[in-house]
Design a protein around this ligand. Structure first.
Ligand code: URA
Length: 236
C-alpha cells in the first residue's frame, strides 16, 4: 500500500511551495490526483499519482542523484565556509523536507563523485562502516611512487596519526610515476591525503571516480544525474 499523505504536505515536502501556497495552487486547478482535478489541499493522496501543471512530482519517494563535484566547493549547508556544492543543484532540492545532503563529503580541493540524497537510510547504508562500500580515487602525487606502497596500503596495519585503529586494507594501482588509483572501503577524514602523507608523499590532485557501482559517466563537473530506482541504487 502506498503511503497516503495530505496533498499540501506532499507539495511542500517535495519543495514546490509552502503549505499555504499549496492551497492557492490547488484552488487554481493546477493539481490532478489519479486523473481528476484536485479540489482540496487537505485531501489524502498517493504522491506518485499527483500531477502539478500536468507534470509528475519529482522523486516523490525520495531523491538520489550522482553529482560531479567541481574543485573549489565545500560540502556543507553552513554559511561562511565558501562556495558550496549546493549552488550547483536545483533550488527545489534544497526546499525539500528534509533537504538534500551529500552522502559523506569530499574536500574543497577534491573533485569527483558525490551522491546527493534526501533519504536518511541511503546515507546510512553508504556510510556505515559495516557496509564497506568501495570508493575509487585517482591520485596525483608530488614525486614518483614506490611499488612498496602497494603492500603498505594493502596491509591493514597502516595507522594514521592520532588514530588507534589501522586503516582497512586498500588497493593501490600505480598508473604512471606520479599517478595511481586507490580503492578504499572506508571514509575517514582526509583519508587519502593522510595515507600518502604518512609515507612521505604529498597529494597534489585528488578525484573520486567511483562510489559503489556509481560512476561519473557522461557527467561534466557541476552536472548531476538523478537515479530513479532507489532500491537498485543501494549498495549490495
Ligand atoms: N580523502 C581525502 O583526503 N579527501 C577527500 O576528499 C576524500 C578522501
Amino acid at each position: 500500500m502506498p503511503a497516503m499523505r495530505r496533498l499540501d504536505q506532499v507539495l511542500s515536502a517535495l519543495g514546490y511551495c509552502s503549505r499555504r501556497e499549496a492551497e492557492a495552487i490547488v484552488r487554481a486547478g493546477r493539481v490532478q490526483v489519479a486523473g481528476a482535478v484536485a479540489k482540496r489541499a487537505d485531501a489524502r493522496v498517493n504522491a506518485a499519482e499527483v500531477l502539478l501543471d500536468q507534470q509528475p512530482l519529482e522523486a516523490p519517494e525520495g531523491l538520489l542523484a550522482v553529482f560531479h563535484k567541481p574543485l573549489g566547493y565545500v560540502c556543507t549547508h553552513a554559511d561562511g565556509e565558501g562556495d558550496t556544492i549546493y549552488e550547483w543543484l536545483p533550488r527545489r532540492w534544497l526546499a525539500r523536507n528534509p533537504p538534500v545532503t551529500s552522502v559523506g563529503r569530499l574536500d574543497k580541493d577534491t573533485s569527483g563523485l558525490l551522491l546527493i540524497t534526501d533519504v536518511g537510510q541511503i546515507v546510512q547504508r553508504y556510510t556505515s562502516p559495516r557496509a564497506q562500500v568501495e570508493k575509487v580515487y585517482e591520485v596525483t602525487v608530488d614525486r614518483p611512487l614506490d611499488d612498496a606502497l602497494v603492500a603498505v596500503f594493502a596491509s591493514g596495519q597502516l595507522l594514521l596519526r592520532g588514530e588507534d585503529r589501522p586503516c582497512l586494507p586498500a588497493r593501490l594501482e600505480i598508473k604512471s610515476p606520479c599517478q595511481a588509483d586507490l580503492t578504499l572501503q572506508e571514509g575517514r577524514y582526509h583519508q587519502v591525503r593522510r595515507m600518502f602523507a604518512s609515507q612521505g608523499w604529498h597529494v597534489e590532485a585528488l578525484h573520486r571516480s567511483r562510489f559503489g557501482t556509481h560512476t561519473l559517466e557522461g557527467l561534466a563537473p557541476g552536472e548531476w544525474r538523478r537515479l530513479d530506482r532507489l532500491a537498485e541504487a543501494m549498495p549490495g
